[in-house]
Design a protein around this ligand. Sequence first.
Ligand code: AMP
Length: 190
Amino acid sequence: MKNIVLFGPPGAGKGTQAEILKEKYQLVHISTGDVFRYNIKNATELGNLAKSYMDKGHLVPDEVTINMLKAEVEKRPEANGFIFDGFPRTEAQAEALSDLMEEKGTQINGMVALEVADEILVGRLLERGKLSGRADDANEAVIRERIAEYYRKTDILKSYYQKQDHYHGVDGVGSIEEITQRLCEVFDRL
Ligand code: AMP
């Protein structure tokens, strides 16, 4: 199994690249943000809870997110491996993911991080907001809060995976094709 954490701040291009890489490597793509948005659209209990955090640009609590992620993984027993997009975002989530992989007799092969400067992220998210219809992309204050939340709670995972020799940084600025190429060079080695 190949299990990869695709990492980076909001707007780094994780979702776009995961869609391409899942086809190339025949992996199951799980985006926790997409699962939350699906639940919001369908007005589920999980969706209502998640929305109150997402609208402010804050993270959904760990317990809720971890249970949801586990359920998504359990739905795909036939998977060759996973691309985790937007998860883990806290150290508790990273620990839970490591335990989950161990239970399944596998592990995380690596974290591949898209590195993009903050001001480029804000511009990309505002542009995406014009097309995506995502409420959290339409408002610059919410975008900046998501980036702040990233530095408060998520950026620390870089050193978490570096300690395990599992961190691989990739320049996330360029054309979609150029970035895919850079990511593939890392994926092929994992
Ligand atoms: P994303 O689509 O990855 O940008 O996520 C959109 C929003 O969903 C985030 O701003 C959070 O509110 C929530 N979210 C997604 N993934 C997680 C996670 N792993 N932990 C907590 N909240 C998350």
